[in-house]
Design a protein around this ligand. Structure first.
Ligand code: URA
Length: 428
């Protein structure tokens, strides 16, 4: 069938057959279907949605677009965590080595920044020499010998997502439940996992703005994991303000290292240990959530998590001893006295894009030295002129970024009562 016929069918709200979806994805990967045709179908899917059968077919087509990781033995259990995307979300950098310290193996295939949200690979590339383009053999070797690896998909692992992810980023087609489900689950299923935990974010800095949408996405992701025989749990976590203090690339690596030295902010450590505990319990490495959290915290306190992170970075060609440049800091003062009533978190992500810490179009080179440090949280009382944040930016871009920052932090008389950080848990 012609690509235009398939695009038109979805545009007109028709149901695509598994064969049509497979043909389209295969055509896109082989180059027979152009970026602009894939962009049109992505937009039609974004606007019209997909039912569960179509979403399953899309996930399978993407998964089967390349090879998959296989393991000689299911032991130690292969596990991973994936986030649907947020700001300041550096949990992967801390969690992968932590899980390896607990005796699990983590073949983590991560992505780049998407929309206003940051990407694990971009952050790690702020470490001089760090390679995110490991081969299948290298991924297998490091998983089995170091215990964890964080890299991108190889050209032959889920090539469909590699192309489609970059295209969606620049065509405003990210926040779609079927597209996110297929993107995340095709990558995760290709890892040959025993258990998977998902951090599904909701709020002003997430693709899913409402809790209801996030819950629907979590159900779709968990159902896909179940269908494919992978124990899958999703936590719904708040993204109405950045996680931790730093947003950017080099600055988030610095904050992750501080967290592994025992200096992590409460919210960052809470989400990281809650996600890790799910995997320890699911694989029988811990008898209870409490036991799991104690193990994870013990590996931070002993320095084992940081040592494992260093081992992974070195194995991937990186050097933590070399400087990771951070642009000069500019303070953003509060325009008035009051209470931080809300933070427009998406605007913070857009400010980082303006600072070239994220992409405007496919292939943009990033300035990994830029970013933001939040000095206040929702509910904090502030004085007139009190610093709300620091912007790390070259002087030429700093003024505009500080202006955006100031507009993104709302100062009012009072804040709404805070939601818990982890609002719900969805399991199969
Ligand atoms: N993370 C992914 O890997 N894919 C998406 O579509 C969104 C978040």
């Amino acid at each position: 069938m012609l690509p235009t016929t398939i695009i038109a069918k979805k545009r007109d709200n028709g149901e695509l057959s598994p064969q049509e979806i497979t043909d389209f994805i295969n055509g896109y990967v082989s180059g027979d279907i152009a970026d602009y045709q894939m962009a049109a179908l992505a937009m039609a899917i974004y606007l019209r949605g997909m039912n569960a059968t179509e979403t399953a077919a899309l996930t399978d087509a993407m998964l089967n677009s390349g090879v998959q990781l296989t393991w000689e033995s299911p032991f130690p259990a292969k596990v991973d965590k994936h986030s649907t995307g947020g700001l300041g979300d550096k949990t992967s950098l801390i969690l992968a080595p932590l899980l390896a310290c607990c005796g699990l193996q983590v073949p983590m295939l991560s992505g780049r920044g998407l929309g206003a949200t940051g990407g694990t690979l971009d952050k790690l590339e702020a470490i001089p020499g760090y390679r995110t383009d490991l081969s299948l053999e290298e991924i297998r070797h490091l998983t089995e010998n170091v215990g964890c690896v964080i890299t991108g998909t190889t050209p032959n692992l889920v090539p469909a997502d590699r192309k489609l992810y970059a295209l969606r980023d620049v065509t405003a087609t990210v926040p779609s439940i079927p597209l996110i489900t297929a993107s995340i689950m095709s990558k995760k299923l290709a890892e040959g996992l025993t258990a998977l935990v998902l951090d599904v974010k909701f709020g002003s800095g997430a693709f899913m703005k409402t809790l209801d949408d996030a819950r629907a996405l979590a159900r779709s992701l968990v159902a896909t994991g179940k269908r494919m025989g992978v124990t899958t749990v999703a936590l719904l976590t708040d993204m109405n303000q950045p996680l931790g203090r730093m947003v950017g690339n080099a600055v988030e690596v610095d904050e992750s290292i501080a967290a592994m030295q025992g200096e992590g902010s409460g919210d960052l450590i809470d989400v990281t240990t809650a996600l890790g505990a799910e995997l320890l319990v699911a694989t029988g490495k811990a008898a209870s959530q409490g036991d799991a959290r104690a193990q994870l915290q013990g590996h931070i306190a002993s320095g084992a998590a940081l040592a494992k992170f260093e081992e992974m970075v070195t194995a991937q060609g990186g050097n933590l001893a070399l400087p990771r440049p951070v642009a000069s800091a500019h303070e953003v003062g509060s325009p008035s006295q009051g209470v931080v009533s809300a933070i427009d978190t998406e605007q913070l992500g857009l400010a980082v894009i303006e600072l070239r810490g994220g992409r405007r179009k496919m292939g943009d080179q990033l300035d990994l030295s830029t970013g933001i440090e939040m000095l206040v949280r929702v509910g904090d009382r502030v004085e007139d002129g009190q610093p709300l944040a620091r912007v790390f930016a070259p002087s030429a871009l700093a003024e505009e970024a500080c202006r955006r920052m100031q507009a993104a932090v709302r100062i009012g008389d009072q804040a709404a009562p805070p939601l818990p950080l982890i609002v719900d848990r969805i399991s199969s």
